[in-house]
Unconditional design. Structure first.
Length: 151
């Protein structure tokens, strides 16, 4: 009888410890996923910042993108705080939101840069055409007023 009790207690301990190990394993998986999502969100924000900087250098108005980048940064900071506090599920959720905004900003910045470069080329062509027309008009007027210098 004593051996049976010992066997039952051992089995119960094994069952309880396996649930604890499963929970610990689940927590480790959550922590790993949150860490991965945090890193991905950080990368997304860095790439979005670089794309925004490139768009600004091309002459685009990036003020709206900077507001969104700020939002993404705040979400990322909150995610990092939640991660340190051990709320990996909340950290993962905030990181995903931050990453999504980062990707949105990056795509918008690339589009704005393309538009700014296109407008810059159009302005350059317009300026060149206006300059050629201006020089030709002045040359025509000078030739008409003073005649040909070769005669």
């Amino acid at each position: 009888m004593h051996g049976l009790k010992l066997l039952l207690v051992s089995i119960m301990l094994l069952v309880l410890s396996s649930q604890f190990l499963a929970a610990a394993s689940y927590a480790d998986a959550n922590e790993d996923m949150a860490a991965s999502t945090l890193a991905s969100a950080e990368e997304s924000i860095v790439l979005a910042y670089q794309a925004t900087l490139n768009a600004e250098e091309a002459g685009a108005n990036v003020s709206g993108l900077l507001v969104r980048l700020n939002e993404a940064g705040q979400l990322l900071a909150s995610a990092q705080t939640e991660y340190r506090l051990g709320d990996f599920e909340k950290a993962n959720e905030l990181s995903e939101s931050s990453k999504s905004i980062g990707e949105e900003v990056q795509n918008a910045a690339v589009d704005l840069r393309g538009s700014a470069l296109s407008q810059s080329v159009q302005r350059m062509v317009s300026t060149m055409v206006a300059s050629v027309v201006g020089v030709a008009s002045i040359a025509y007027l000078l030739k008409k007023r003073y005649g040909s210098t070769g005669s």
